[in-house]
Design a binder for this molecule. Structure first.
Ligand code: ZN
Length: 138
């Protein structure tokens, strides 16, 4: 069995951002040489997510609006977590959008359904953060 590990680094300009990382995961897959197996992609920070959905700007705006309704940033003082920090909403947003995805690898390619792309979801950005890519197979 082969195994391959890579960390992808991000520093977003904004507090909230969605970044399509599919090409970078495909790059890791190519470097791994794995033809049949699984890839795990997970955010390494508790205020960021990795998720799979459509790469469509209206949908991404809808995601952000919906997340803001579920876990509004303001008022910051409404959260018990926000003692000396202001990112309680980011922890909650990450719980909603999840920590990781697993994608099957078939014949050397990510085995997606229609329109599926992998995204990094940043909810407390403007600092350096990482995503782990772990590939196993043969
Ligand atoms: Zn926090």
């Amino acid at each position: 069995m082969k195994s391959y590990t890579e960390e992808l680094w991000f520093q977003t300009a904004k507090r909230y951002e969605f970044i399509d990382i599919t090409d970078r995961v495909e790059g890791a897959l190519a470097a791994s040489g794995v033809r049949e197996g699984l890839v795990l992609v997970n955010a390494m920070h508790i205020t960021a997510s990795v998720f799979i959905n459509d790469n469509e700007s209206g949908l991404h705006a809808d995601f952000l609006d919906w997340l803001e309704k579920m876990a509004p940033h303001e008022p910051v003082s409404a959260y018990r977590h926000n003692v000396g920090e202001d990112n309680a909403d980011a922890h909650l947003k990450r719980q909603i959008f999840g920590r990781e995805v697993v994608v099957a690898i078939t014949e050397g390619r990510l085995h997606f359904g229609p329109w599926e792309r992998i995204f990094y979801g940043e909810f407390d950005g403007r600092r350096r953060k990482r995503v782990l890519v772990k590939i196993i197979g043969e």
